[in-house]
Design a protein around this ligand. Structure first.
Ligand SMILES: O=C(O)[C@H](O)[C@@H](O)[C@H](O)[C@H](O)COP(=O)(O)O
Length: 235
């Protein structure tokens, strides 16, 4: 169980967007003040788009900020499913350094190893890992399937692995590269952002069940040693 979990409930999307963009700005600026640079991981999916847009309006020293996806779908960057493309569109024009997890490798395991090798060059740990979650309880791209154990139990030196979700999620039915649970747990700050009663019910159950949960989000949160803030939009 994460040391402490705090829920922040919102009735309106613009309130969640404003609050979250402000909180992420604060985390990034604190890192810039302390170290002159910041490393953050942002999720894919549909939820982040308005938050990226709001955050991109912030006057931050973006040139000193490195952004990685928490996970990526193994598709070319010009494919609408690409997580890194969505991040890059919002933050590359501001001068941020946006690094992909995906690669040309056809073998998803090789793509995972390549991403892991690239992440070794970064100044770890991340200042922030912002997680999304699916209705099936996946988070980042830690999904039920043959690679769940590896993603959950890989050692601290393994930051990313390739994953073939089983079943493939209908909204993006492709293999993935994801940060491992230990990479996620190493972050200085962790946020979860989700919406709707269905995801709330899954998240409540996953938190209750902790490490034994069949939901990946429950297993991952159980490994996180710092307090976790959950931003939940009721819609
Ligand atoms: O690439 C991905 O699929 C994600 O990073 C994933 O973990 C996402 O955060 C959730 O599936 C929620 O997605 P939505 O925001 O679209 O509901």
């Amino acid at each position: 169980m994460a040391e402490e979990i705090e829920w922040w409930d919102f009735d309106a999307q613009d309130e969640l967007v404003d609050q979250l963009a402000g909180d992420i700005k604060f985390i990034i600026e604190s890192a810039l003040d302390a170290r002159g640079q910041a490393l953050v991981a942002f999720p894919g999916g549909s939820t982040p788009a308005p938050i990226f847009a709001k955050l991109a309006e912030s006057s931050i020293r973006w040139k000193n900020v490195t952004i990685i996806p928490t996970d990526d779908r193994l598709v070319p960057v010009d494919n609408p499913l690409s997580n890194v493309a969505m991040i890059a569109k919002a933050f590359l024009p501001l001068g941020a350094r946006v690094l992909p997890l995906n690669s040309e490798a056809e073998d998803y395991k090789l793509a995972g190893s390549a991403a892991n090798a690239r992440l070794q060059d970064l100044q770890w740990p991340p200042d922030l890992i912002w997680l999304g979650m699916g209705k099936d309880g996946h988070t980042a791209s830690i999904f039920p399937g043959p690679d769940l154990d590896e993603a959950m139990t890989a050692g601290d030196d393994i930051r990313a692995v390739g994953v073939a979700p089983d079943p493939l999620p209908p909204e993006a039915p492709v293999n993935r590269v994801t940060l491992t649970a230990s990479a996620i747990a190493s972050a200085k700050t962790t946020l979860v952002v989700c919406n709707g009663a269905e995801k709330k019910a899954v998240l409540d159950q996953a938190i209750e069940e902790g490490a034994k949960s069949a939901y990946p989000i429950g297993k991952v949160l159980a490994k996180i040693p710092v307090p976790v803030d959950i931003y939940w939009l009721d819609n």
